[in-house]
Design a protein around this ligand. Structure first.
Ligand code: ADP
Length: 251
């Protein structure tokens, strides 16, 4: 537990630092992007330097995407927790992601009906799911099966947890990667394709909502990311069951 606390503290101060830098950086990138636009406007259609200007804009956009992730990771975005049905969020995400995953991924869901709601910021939860799905996709370069399953777990102390598992049949993680996967900026992906912030951000989002997140992985067999959130509105200050955006149905 002490180690977990130390880890959380380190994540916090790293996050504040990252957030400050990311904010300034975003402004700089906006200026770069603006000048690239102006440059492109001043060049005639077909001028060879127009593609250079487009290249600058593209790189600035990549930088902006990275700083967005940094800001997200630093938790400087305010949270707006609401009552959500995990099944609904999962199916919505699936509909959105299904097309982008590619034909070589067999997509499936196992949804346990009538789950109690969870209390969490919707866009942050979507970010967690999206990142897990993209990690799963990246772990299956030659295709495979991706399953999103929900379930309800009864803890020993009588509290219920609503769970989401994202399972892939990909490359899995050797123990040394598994041990560090939640560390900010830890990535095994090449430069430009991985930030190492996906799981660290997910860790922050889920623990802020009172939940837990864990990985189970076996090399060459695959990986499951488990997200567990406390069931119901209990313990979530400021969120009433009648909060706007509360789902009208429960599964
Ligand atoms: P990134 O995806 O930018 O590398 P993450 O924090 O999301 O950052 O993941 C950190 C590392 O954990 C990845 O680089 C990868 O090595 C490993 N990882 C995460 N998810 C999976 C998965 N589903 N299968 C195999 N390895 C994974």
């Amino acid at each position: 537990l002490e180690q977990q606390l130390r880890q959380a503290e380190r994540l916090d101060s790293l996050g504040q630092l990252a957030g400050g830098i990311a904010h300034d950086f975003n402004n700089i990138l906006a200026v770069i992007s603006g000048y690239a636009d102006m440059l492109a406007d001043e060049l005639d259609e077909g001028h060879p330097s127009r593609s250079d200007a487009a290249g600058i804009k593209q790189a600035a956009a990549r930088g902006a995407a990275l700083t967005r992730q940094l800001l997200m990771f630093s938790r400087s975005e305010p949270s707006q927790p609401e009552l959500l049905d995990l099944n609904t969020v999962t199916s919505d995400m699936l509909r959105m992601l299904g097309r982008t995953l590619g034909e070589d991924i067999e997509l499936g869901t196992v949804l346990v009906p009538h789950l109690p709601p969870v209390v969490i910021d919707r866009s942050k939860l979507e970010q967690v799911v999206m990142n897990a799905v993209l990690n799963a996709r990246a772990a299956m370069p030659a295709g495979g099966r991706l399953t999103l399953s929900t379930s309800l777990e009864h803890a020993g102390d009588g509290s219920d947890q609503v769970c989401l598992a994202v399972t892939d049949t990909g490359c899995g993680m050797p123990p040394e990667v598994l041990a560090r996967a939640f560390e900010p900026f830890f990535t095994t992906k090449g430069r430009g394709s991985g930030t190492g912030l996906g799981l660290a951000t997910a860790y922050g989002v889920v623990t802020d909502a009172g939940g837990t997140i864990s990985l189970e992985s076996e090399p060459d067999r695959g990986t499951t990311l488990h997200v567990r959130l406390p069931a119901g509105a209990a313990g979530a200050p400021g969120v009433s069951p009648a909060a706007p955006g509360a789902p009208a149905r429960a599964g």
